[in-house]
Design a protein around this ligand. Structure first.
Ligand code: IPM
Ligand code: MN
Length: 372
């Protein structure tokens, strides 16, 4: 398959982790005989520095022309503590989602058998967790009208949803549930919010066309509690933009590190793949950031184009790195493996998928050289 992939490394650790995902895609190209063409463009704080805007025209054009976009991370502390900043890196990502019509954000949450100890939650609670969050991505409070009075003392953000916006992401979520454990939980705040009541009405109606999927409802406050109390009860969680943002960070605690969670943002024409973590500026350039979320986002890209075997090869290679302890320090505090080494290891295992990787386990245990 030929694919044009736009690379948007962005800020902080974005470029480092994205480079590892690209290594893995190149390994897939070689092993499975595909041709992927990569073109890079700036977004976020780096684009503000270079071009005065977080989403330059040329970057948007490149994204429109590409089959898929691989995104690193966005954000810079110099904007975080400046509420008066007129331009912010995050606007680049939000505008990109909106311009490309990426209305559904898909975030799988899994507990890895080898990482049960990394989560602060009890093993017996998180073991077997396997759910996916379908987060609406181009509507709601993120994109509603924003107001600040002249005195700067009163502000508001409007949370608005149309039936159409709810129904298109709902259909995707129901279809996903059909192919999984056939359960869909709508998370809302219908006891308080009008917009949530519309979600309930529309989703309940759509549910009638998916009789094989069991539909239930949770208020978001209760859902936040249930996710850490009993995460294995979930299969597909469908929710609006901001609830999905918050619950997916919470979900990452189950997996052991936010550095593991990948996501796909899809629309009718475009698709963007990005880790759920932020730009982690403290780790920038230190070669310690976990590249796995970015690599698994590349696996979701492959999946999106029906390259299932290829996606599986990437996921298997990631599992191997977790099993062998070839991981960054967020997963093993004394680990001396850096972002690059972990990326190399995973990419190498994609190439040698049929082989038993030629590696000296004893050396790994002793914390010595890894690849022989
Ligand atoms: C995410 C991020 C973004 C969001 C930020 C960077 C705008 O937190 O993708 O979850 O809030 O959607
Ligand atoms: Mn977020």
């Amino acid at each position: 398959m030929n694919l044009k992939i736009a690379l948007l490394p962005g800020d902080g650790i974005g470029p480092e982790v994205l480079a590892q995902a690209v290594k893995c895609l190149q390994a897939v190209e070689e092993t499975f005989n595909h041709t992927f063409a990569y073109k890079e463009a700036p977004v976020g704080a780096i684009a503000i520095d270079k071009k005065g805007t977080p989403l330059p025209e040329s970057t948007l054009k490149l994204c429109h022309e590409a089959d898929a976009i691989l995104f690193g991370a966005i954000g810079d502390p110099k904007y975080d503590n400046d509420p008066d900043a007129k331009v912010r890196p995050e606007q680049g990502l939000l505008q990109l989602r909106k311009e490309l019509g990426l209305f559904a954000n898909i975030r799988p949450v899994l507990s890895h058998p080898t990482l049960l100890n990394k989560s602060p939650l009890k093993k017996e609670i998180i073991s077997g967790t396997d759910f996916v969050i379908y987060r609406e991505l181009t509507g709601g409070i993120y994109f509603g009208e924003k107001k600040l009075n002249e005195a700067g003392t009163v502000a508001s953000d409007l949370c608005e949803y149309s039936e159409e916006e709810i129904s298109r992401v709902a259909h995707l979520a129901f279809k996903a549930a059909k192919g999984r454990k056939k359960k869909l939980t709508l998370v809302d705040k219908a006891n308080v919010l009008e917009s949530s009541r519309l979600w309930r009405k529309v989703v309940t109606r759509i549910g009638e066309s998916y009789p094989e999927v069991a539909l239930d409802y949770l208020f978001v406050d209760n859902a936040a509690m249930q996710i850490i109390l009993n995460p294995t009860q979930f299969d597909v969680i469908l929710t609006e933009n901001m609830f999905g943002d918050i619950l997916s960070d919470e979900g990452s605690v189950i997996s052991g590190s936010i550095g593991l969670l990948a996501s796909a943002s899809v629309g009718d024409e475009n698709a963007l793949f990005e880790p759920i973590h932020g730009s982690y500026p403290q780790a920038k350039g230190k070669d310690i950031a976990n590249p796995i979320a970015s690599i698994l986002s590349a696996a979701m890209l492959l999946e999106h184009f029906g390259l299932h075997e290829e996606a599986m090869a990437v996921k298997k290679a990631v599992d191997k790195s977790l099993k062998k302890g070839m991981v960054t320090p967020d997963l093993k505090s004394k680990s001396q493996y850096g972002t690059n080494q972990v990326g190399d290891f995973i990419a190498h295992n994609i190439v040698d998928i049929e082989d038993n990787f030629n590696m000296n386990d004893e050396n790994i245990d002793l914390g010595k050289s890894t690849i022989i």
